[in-house]
Design a protein around this ligand. Structure first.
Ligand code: TYC
Length: 133
């Protein structure tokens, strides 16, 4: 995608009469209509900035994963202090599901993988999933 921008001809603006006009019989050879407020049009690539889609990382409740383990997971992988981690853990315990954080796709995917790997290694059935916001 391209956008046109106008560039004011600083040469003609600062040097007064155009001294490049040799042999043109006084006429202008710069291809414009002769009125000498020269502007040149150049093109540059249009910078496209798109906001990335965001994803919620969620923890699901189960009957077997120890509360202490869930708190430790929230502190370790989601940078929560013990108070926040305990609040989120209790929310999941009471409501079945709770939000650990909101991230771009690849960060969210990494968090889910880290939590699931950690839970499996410790033989807990803890489930962590992501969903588009
Ligand atoms: N319900 C679990 C228990 O009573 C605790 C728990 C909380 C498990 C949150 C998973 O995501 C979870 N031990």
């Amino acid at each position: 995608m391209w956008e046109a921008i106008e560039l004011i001809d600083t040469l003609s603006a600062t040097q007064g009469p155009n001294d490049d006009d040799r042999g043109g019989g006084g006429g202008s050879d710069d291809g414009d209509n002769g009125s000498d407020n020269d502007t040149n049009v150049i093109v540059k690539p249009k910078t496209k900035v798109k906001k990335p889609s965001l994803y919620r990382v969620l923890l699901l409740n189960d009957d077997f994963t120890p509360m202490e383990f869930v708190v430790e997971v929230l502190a370790r992988f989601f940078q929560m202090n013990l108070e926040s981690a305990t609040q989120v853990m209790l929310h999941v315990h009471q409501n079945g599901v709770g939000e650990c954080g909101i991230y771009t796709y690849e960060v969210a995917e990494t968090k889910v993988t880290q939590v699931m790997d950690h839970a499996r290694k410790n033989q807990h059935p803890l489930q962590c999933v992501m969903e588009k916001k």
